[in-house]
Design a protein around this ligand. Structure first.
Ligand code: GLU
Length: 291
């Protein structure tokens, strides 16, 4: 069932790149490819980022390495829904998985990574907002999360929502919308660099909760079975976008086209099912914002 679905996904991605693209064929090690093979037949207008990446035969993608379900550096390399979105974009540039260089992004270095050209795109539970749009651009959204709270299993402090942690200490991450939203709500924030680094302060009782997007918290709870639970009372909307260099409208349009195509042909839903969908129910695809 899973294999059949995946084969359909590969075929769909191949069809988007070009008709007759050889997809799903064994690679040089004789292993089954997990994405469409790169093709010299893909053509892009000269001088565009798409043409440059295709010619270079390489794309560098920033993603999270410690967020199960979305971006986790596993034994076979990064995995998760964000990683699948990155692979989808690469495939449509005519690049195979082994032509992707994955770089660990943390919340605070995403804009600098893009601005300095350290990565070509960021796919990293990255909320689209006006402040960030001052320095970078976003394609998407490809998913809409909501900020929530993670507490110890059994919820010993009886926390039911954001109002219950006002004036209390909650762990979150520097450079995230989550930390800003907590501060704005009058919550005392213990700021770390990654959400996985918030788990120890929660275990020890230094904080009463960890707060960020519900899907990140669900991944951490799933990874640490029996230790934590998500309150499931989201209090924000976090539309996830793909960060890219400011002003690169052609590249933004290209990625938006790839996303819309994947919403239509079922590839987006299949990517979800293989990753986050193992724990979370399948959402409806959002509407791409062609700003
Ligand atoms: N989506 C939020 C943000 O982009 C929180 C998750 C994160 O830090 O990656 O800031």
């Amino acid at each position: 069932m899973r294999i059949t679905k995946y084969a359909a996904v590969i075929a769909a991605a191949g069809a988007l790149v070009l008709a007759g693209c050889a997809s799903g064929s064994p690679n040089s090690e004789g292993e089954e490819d997990t994405g469409p093979a790169p093709s010299e037949e893909v053509s892009f207008d000269e001088g565009t980022t798409m043409a440059k990446l295709n010619e270079a035969g390489k794309i560098t993608i920033g993603t999270k390495f410690d967020q199960p379900l979305f971006g986790l550096d596993g034994p076979n390399g990064p995995e998760g829904f964000d990683v699948e979105i990155g692979k989808l974009i690469a495939a449509n540039l005519g690049l195979s998985e082994d032509q992707i260089e994955w770089k660990e992004a943390v919340s605070a270095n995403r804009e600098p990574f893009i601005e300095n050209g350290e990565v070509d795109i960021v796919v990293a539970t990255y909320t689209i907002n006006d402040e960030r749009k001052q320095v970078i651009d976003f394609a998407g959204p490809y998913y809409v999360a909501g900020q929530d709270l993670l507490v110890l299993q059994g919820n010993p402090d009886g926390i039911e929502g954001i109002e219950d942690v006002e004036g209390k200490k909650v762990c979150s991450v520097t450079g995230s919308t989550s930390a800003d939203n907590l501060t704005a709500a009058g919550v005392e924030v213990l700021a770390t660099d990654t959400y996985s680094n918030c788990l120890e302060p929660l275990r020890s009782g230094e904080v009463v909760a960890v707060s960020t997007d519900n899907v990140i918290l669900a991944g951490l709870a799933d990874q640490n079975q029996g230790e934590f639970e998500v309150i499931e009372n989201p209090f924000t909307e976090e539309p996830y976008g793909i960060g890219l260099k400011k002003g690169d409208d052609e590249f933004r349009d290209f990625i938006n086209d790839v996303l819309e195509q994947s919403f239509e042909d079922g590839e987006w839903a299949a990517a979800w099912d293989r990753t986050a969908g193992k724990v979370l129910s399948t959402p409806e695809p959002p509407t791409v914002d062609r700003y």
